[in-house]
Design a binder for this molecule. Structure first.
Ligand code: ADP
Ligand code: MG
Length: 602
């Protein structure tokens, strides 16, 4: 065995394993280079998921004839002029991407600077470098990668289907495009443009939101709250979606640090914290946040792929994100996303709700949407609160006088006109109808009241005239008893009462008359189900929901006009009241314009 230095070629191939994991990583590196070159348009062409061809063309500052061979040399970079790893202003800095890609593919660089008469082209094949020759090409750079990984068959085997690889490419391009709204992007798969993003002019915030909307969807642009905060020189901006605009996974959660897309556990954890009270554990908000961190408080040189960063003060960054997002959510007040109303209308129009007339499209028995019968059956099932026939006189509660002089514009959630099925409050607004789920709304209000009282020093308790004894199994008693201190803080005073029972002496005053037996059983189940380590206060959403559930305004309780309007006014004044603790809306708003569409009037 002889100890020897590996040939350059092999070193590059080894490095390529880390820098270029798959076609999407090559695309990412090439697009980053184009951004660093000051391009205003970047065109990306990808064939067979990037396996046979990746071409990235930009209109940036280009390279000279003599720079071309350097560009593909390992550790050759134009981006660390002062040898200063502390102050990195560009996306690249390691000088390895082109060398790595060149080592595992057939690479061709074509480039022309604005000062040059002609462009120069250089080819590299499996690490073997040719000599530059003159060609015709506009100002800018075109990098052409053919047969990626042909030189490393092992890596080739690990590639997924072209379709899956294309998905990764598209993700990578979108992430970079979100951080650079002033640059135009196209992504073509050899057949069509999958992505076409015009450069956005105007102020940063406006153009950023426009770009985010183009990528994350119109709904996001319409239902995102602006974030703008600062702590000790770290700036946070961007947009956070209303809780009712949520997804089943974290794919629509984006973090950018100094313009660089980053995937960071700290960020996902911070978002969970910020939305904990408003979303069920398996729902994820849509968020795009941009951190600007002084370069001495950040290390971007963690991994060759540069998608990880390290913060000097992670707690500060986490606190900044949680604080700013919570603040924005509180400011949003009772707002629920417009998608709620649109979703309801779409459901009616597509005929997925049992409703007669225009939009249904029920042309014959066979065209019934699958599962409709089941859905209709469950809709009217006993216990759904809807079992009463629609026209039964006690199914609704009219009797709300319409006062001609009343000014609806004072009330965003409108004036209550009726209660239906002792469950839904129907209110009239200036330009539409609001339907409130009284139970969900009340649950939220109780939650917010408990939270507020906790902040102000304690939830007021109401002593029971006759303490109530609740019998349950021993483990449940132990579980509740073990949390007695925490429950006391939340307004519930309990004591052990023999091995199989608890006695309840006080309940939170704001619950009114409540079903104590049901409440304790639910709380015990909840404790059994959840992480022991998490304080009840941190799961206030669930706990308050359980309490509210057994409090006074349940579904099935008849409300008079004053009570209904009081509920609407309180919702308007209460932060977060647009959604329940699980991210479901507490009300649906239908605009008259949309209702007219339903009837084909528009
Ligand atoms: P890094 O980006 O870390 O410097 P790369 O291997 O990605 O390393 O690129 C090496 C060098 O090639 C860059 O520093 C830059 O000078 C030059 N370069 C690469 N791509 C482009 C481009 N699209 N336009 C202009 N110069 C480029
Ligand atoms: Mg680079």
């Amino acid at each position: 065995m002889t100890l020897r230095r590996l040939p350059e070629n092999l070193v590059n191939r080894i490095a390529a394993g880390e820098v270029v994991e798959r076609p999407a990583s090559a695309v990412k590196e090439l697009v980053e280079n184009a951004i660093d070159a000051g391009a205003s348009h970047i065109d990306i062409l990808v064939r067979d998921g990037g396996r046979t061809q990746i071409t990235v063309t930009d209109d940036g500052k280009g390279m000279s004839r003599d720079e071309l061979p350097l560009a593909i040399e390992r550790h050759a970079t134009s981006k660390l002029p002062d040898d200063d790893l502390q102050n990195i202003a560009s996306l690249g800095f390691r000088g390895e991407a082109l060398a790595s890609i060149g080592a595992v593919s057939r690479l061709q660089l074509t480039s022309r600077r604005p000062v040059d008469e002609e462009a120069w082209m250089l080819s590299v094949e499996g690490g073997v470098i040719g000599t530059p020759c003159p060609v015709a090409h506009p100002v800018g750079t075109r990098i052409d990668v053919r047969d990626l990984f042909y030189a490393t068959p092992a890596r080739l085997k690990f590639l997924k289907t072209p379709r899956a690889e294309l998905g990764h490419v598209s993700e990578a391009v979108k992430r970079l495009a979100m951080a650079h709204p002033d640059i135009g992007f196209t992504l073509n798969n050899g057949e069509r443009d999958m992505l076409r993003l015009a450069p956005s002019q105007g102020d940063l915030l406006g153009s950023r939101l426009e770009r985010l909307g183009a990528i994350m969807g119109r709904d996001f642009a319409d239902n995102a709250l602006s974030i703008d905060a600062e702590r000790e020189g770290v700036f946070l901006s961007g947009h956070a979606g209303l809780p009712t605009l949520n997804r089943g996974n974290a794919q629509m959660q984006f973090l950018f640090v100094n313009g660089r897309p980053v995937r960071d556990k700290l960020f996902y954890g911070a978002l969970r914290g910020a939305y904990r009270d408003f979303l069920a554990g398996d729902r994820y908000p849509m968020v795009a946040l941009f951190l600007d961190v002084p370069s001495d408080a950040l290390d971007v040189n963690v991994h060759p792929a540069k998608t990880e960063v390290r913060f000097r003060d992670a707690a500060l960054v986490r606190g900044l994100i949680v604080g700013a997002v919570k603040h924005a959510l509180a400011e949003a007040g009772h707002r629920a996303s417009t998608t709620v109303g649109h979703g309801a209308l779409a459901a009616v129009q597509s005929g997925s709700l049992p409703m007669g007339g225009g939009g249904g499209g029920y042309t014959g028995g066979s065209s019934f949407p699958a599962g409709l019968a089941e859905r209709a059956a469950s809709f009217f099932a006993p216990g759904s609160g809807l079992e009463a026939p629609l026209a039964a006189p006690d199914a609704f509660n009219v009797g709300v006088a319409v006062d001609e002089g009343e000014d609806l514009s004072d009330y965003p959630l409108g004036v209550a006109r009726a209660q239906l099925h002792e469950t839904y409050i129907v209110a009239q607004t200036v330009d539409g109808i609001v339907i409130v789920d009284q139970h969900a709304a009340h649950e939220r209000l109780v939650h917010e009241r408990i939270k507020k009282s906790l902040e102000q020093g304690g939830v007021s308790r109401q002593g029971l005239l006759i303490p109530e004894v609740v019998e349950m199994d021993e483990t449940a008693v132990d579980r509740l008893n073990g949390r007695a201190d925490e429950l006391f803080e939340l307004g519930l005073t309990i004591e052990a009462f023999g091995p199989g029972a608890l006695v309840v002496r006080e309940v939170p005053a704001l619950l009114g008359d409540c079903d104590i037996q049901g409440l304790l059983r639910d709380l015990a189940d909840d404790l059994a189900e959840h992480d022991e380590a998490l304080a009840l206060k941190d799961r206030l959403g669930d706990v308050a929901a359980k309490m509210a559930c057994h409090g006074s305004v349940r579904a099935g309780r008849r409300l008079n006009a004053t009570e209904m309007n009081a509920l609407l006014r309180e919702m308007e004044a209460t932060p977060h009241s647009g959604q329940c603790s699980h991210g479901r809306p507490t009300y649906v708003e239908l605009k008259l314009a949309d209702i007219e569409k339903l009837f084909g009037r528009r």
